[in-house]
Design a protein around this ligand. Structure first.
Ligand code: F0G
Length: 456
């Protein structure tokens, strides 16, 4: 067998991308207030801002779109998708939403009360914001290994069971449910082991608490289990996913990730307890329970996408792509979260800019430099995203300063990755010229999306 792992698809439709000059990019970035979220996508050469909703759909998905039943109530497309979701999750209730954060908002609003606390390995930013907005504390309990970028561990997304138990003992009365995020996006796209999910679910059950899984990247997590967890080598990924779901009482899904669609999400629930509250909230915010903010054609594309996202040759290529970029960075002496995650590579900005003070936001600075140098757009996962400006004007900072390069599914080929590796290696030599920023305007929540910055 040849060693090269090829993209397991051929390209039927292409979308041109545009090369800009360095001078153009300098002007564009300043106009965007040094915030890459504010750039126009057409001014970006390689857009690795997110893997969410940005992937290429398959010809089967585009075909399914023509089958969409756009009836307001009881559409055939709803029942088709419900059957797929029920088969993969084993859960009774399926509630479509327009994306993941809508699923979070509807579920949390129906279930959580002010003053409560939700433990998780790491809450994603919208998950945290949706809880905090309701006055609920979002507590991150990832294992200590998960916070050390250079450390190798097969399941760095695992939740710290000892700390979870301590929290359940002391704060149990405040906890409506426990959460776990697969894969752990905030911590580097790192997987959670089956043993960890099983033990956490058991711990929660002993305390009478349900488990809600954030399953945006459940298929990638399942593939990591197959590749890394003893005993699962020969289990089909679909069955691994089904076992993961079997430990949960409910889940929130952004189908924009492993659902392989450009828009869509859902809530699934095993029991009847919360479903009426969830459906009532859904009708107010998203729409009737058989479409939940989506068109019938979107439901069809998701039904096909959920199946395609579980194909093993695709998942093998997907995880290998991130690993390949990691190998190139390693050779260039650039640090990153190891091992590489499923959907992204997280560069450790401190290894490129060791002398930049955290108050100048080194990961944000590196993100801007990537755009200036090569027209590549990544996202800062550091102190702009997770730090806060307090009432007295002081700041809290994040533990890690990472730049995430997240890969849209089935979209970029190996030469795009080779190009990016060259750009990043070049930046390491030009580190002295990379400038930090100060934030001059920011909203109270999710400031990274809209904050305006100046060069320090
Ligand atoms: N949970 C996780 C773990 C996520 O990564 C995301 C989105 C969401 C929930 C919310 O889903 O975007 O459909 O509303 N993550 C994207 C990202 C935005 O870039 O990582 P959504």
């Amino acid at each position: 067998m040849p060693k090269t792992l090829i993209e397991p698809f051929r390209i039927k439709s292409v979308e041109p991308i545009r090369m800009t000059t360095r001078a153009e990019r300098e002007r564009l970035l300043v106009a965007a207030r040094l915030n890459v979220f504010q750039l126009r996508a057409e001014d970006v050469l390689i857009d690795w801002l997110t893997d969410s909703g940005t992937g290429a759909m398959s010809s089967r998905q585009w075909g399914a779109i023509m089958e969409g039943d756009e009836s307001y109530a009881g559409a055939r497309s709803f029942y088709r998708l419900q059957a797929v979701v029920q088969d993969i999750t084993g859960m009774k209730h399926f509630v479509p939403t327009h994306q993941g954060r809508a699923a979070e908002k509807v579920l949390f609003t129906a279930v959580c009360r002010k003053g409560e606390l939700v433990p998780n390995n790491s809450h994603f930013d919208t998950t945290r914001a949706n809880l905090e907005y309701l006055g609920v504390e979002a507590l991150d309990l990832v294992i200590p290994e998960g916070l050390q970028p250079a450390l190798l561990h097969p399941f760095k997304g695992n939740i710290d069971l000892e700390r979870a138990e301590a929290v359940l003992q002391v704060e149990g009365h405040r906890i409506p449910f426990g959460m776990i995020t697969v894969t752990n996006n905030t911590g580097g796209g790192q997987p959670v082991s089956m043993a960890n999910i099983r033990a956490y679910a058991q711990l929660l059950r002993q305390h009478g608490k349900p488990l809600i899984m954030d399953v945006c990247r459940f298929a990638e997590n399942a593939m990591f289990i197959k590749l890394r967890e003893p005993g699962y080598e020969n289990t089909p990924v679909r069955e691994i996913a089904q076992e993961m779901f079997s430990y949960a009482d409910g889940c929130t899904m952004s189908a924009k990730k492993d659902g392989m669609v450009n828009m869509g999400g859902f809530i699934a629930l095993r029991h009847d307890t919360w479903v009426d509250g969830v459906r009532n909230g859904l009708i107010m915010a998203e729409g009737f329970p058989t479409y939940g903010g989506l068109a019938g054609r979107d439901l069809e594309a998701m039904a096909v996408g959920l199946e395609e996202g579980l194909q093993e040759d695709y998942l093998r290529y997907r995880l290998r792509t991130a690993e390949y970029l990691g190998e190139r960075l390693e050779a260039a002496g650039v640090g990153f979260v190891k091992p590489t995650g499923g959907h992204a590579v997280y560069i450790d900005a401190r290894t490129v800019l060791p002398d930049m003070p955290v108050a100048h936001y080194p990961a944000w600075a590196l993100c801007n430099a990537l755009y200036l140098e090569g027209g590549i757009r990544g996202v800062e996962i550091g102190s702009v995203m997770f730090g806060k400006r307090l009432a007295d004007g002081s700041e809290t900072y994040h533990r890690m300063e990472l730049v995430r390069l997240a890969f849209p599914r089935r979209m970029y080929t190996q030469s795009h990755f080779d190009y990016a590796a060259e750009v990043i290696a070049e930046l390491r030599h030009k580190a002295a010229g990379i400038r930090g920023v100060r934030i001059v305007r920011q909203p109270p929540f999710l400031r990274h999306f809209t904050c305006e910055c100046e060069w320090v």
